[in-house]
Design a protein around this ligand. Structure first.
Ligand SMILES: CC(C)(COP(=O)(O)OP(=O)(O)OC[C@H]1O[C@@H](n2cnc3c(N)ncnc32)[C@H](O)[C@@H]1OP(=O)(O)O)[C@@H](O)C(=O)NCCC(=O)NCCS
Length: 200
């Protein structure tokens, strides 16, 4: 089942990043990276055509309280987001019904790709959700063509779990992989004790 999560008042620190709730003042930084073509598209949303669009989404982030802003310590610039999302397949993934977890999703400004920043952020969130909130599992997905995101998930320990067709926010469909990470501090005597098995 989907676990509870509220980003209000949280601050997670890594070597190079601060993960904290979004603020109205982040609008300029958000638009700067979200307006670049082929960044959001890799995560299923169209790049922002104008600042109004960014403002609308930023308002959702602040209202829904499930998305971290990724602030670079060296410049205090916000360079990405990481959401602790409700997973939408609760009715299909019945093996999780007595366990608590969420699905994470993320986007990083193109200017900062390839420096290991997203794995750093993802690991901090995994650590918080498993060790402080005691979640049982986390899901994370990527489209087949998104090798960079696949690498982030591999490096953070997520194992391929299901092959899926995702509905994007652009009204298209993309085939991809849903990956699973189980809390290593818990033991599971369930069907998915071999999470590397792909189920088609
Ligand atoms: C996916 C994403 C978050 C990766 O973040 P990151 O901080 O760059 O991740 P890493 O630095 O660990 O790089 C991951 C892999 O991408 C590849 N890579 C890095 N920079 C690259 C670049 N500029 N061009 C092509 N490949 C690149 C590398 O192979 C790297 O793997 P390696 O560590 O084994 O060499 C980032 O590319 C992004 O925001 N993409 C657009 C949105 C998106 O895809 N979100 C996820 C949706 S599922």
């Amino acid at each position: 089942m989907n676990a509870t999560f509220d980003v209000t008042g949280l601050k997670l620190e890594t070597e190079r990043l601060v993960l904290r709730p979004w603020k109205e003042e982040d609008l300029k930084d958000f638009f700067e990276y979200a307006s670049v073509p082929d960044v959001g598209e890799r995560a299923g949303w169209h790049h922002h055509e104008n600042m109004e669009k960014s403002k609308e989404i930023l308002t959702h982030f602040m209202e829904e309280k499930k998305t971290f802003a990724l602030e670079l310590k060296s410049s205090h610039k916000v360079i990405g987001s990481l959401g602790v999302e409700l997973y939408s397949l609760e009715d299909k993934l019945t093996e999780f019904e007595n366990l608590k977890g969420r699905e994470i999703g993320y986007v990083l400004s193109r200017d900062y790709w390839g420096q290991g920043l997203m794995p750093e952020a993802v690991n901090a969130v995994i650590n918080y959700l498993f060790h402080t909130l005691h979640y049982d599992f986390l899901l994370c997905g990527h489209y087949d063509k998104n090798a960079q995101s696949a690498r982030v998930q591999e490096k953070c320990g997520f194992k391929p779990y299901r092959k899926l067709v995702f509905d994007t926010r652009m009204g298209t469909k993309e085939s991809g992989i849903l990956r699973l990470l189980l809390n290593p501090n818990k033991s599971f005597n369930l069907e998915f004790s071999h999470p590397e098995t792909l189920i088609f």
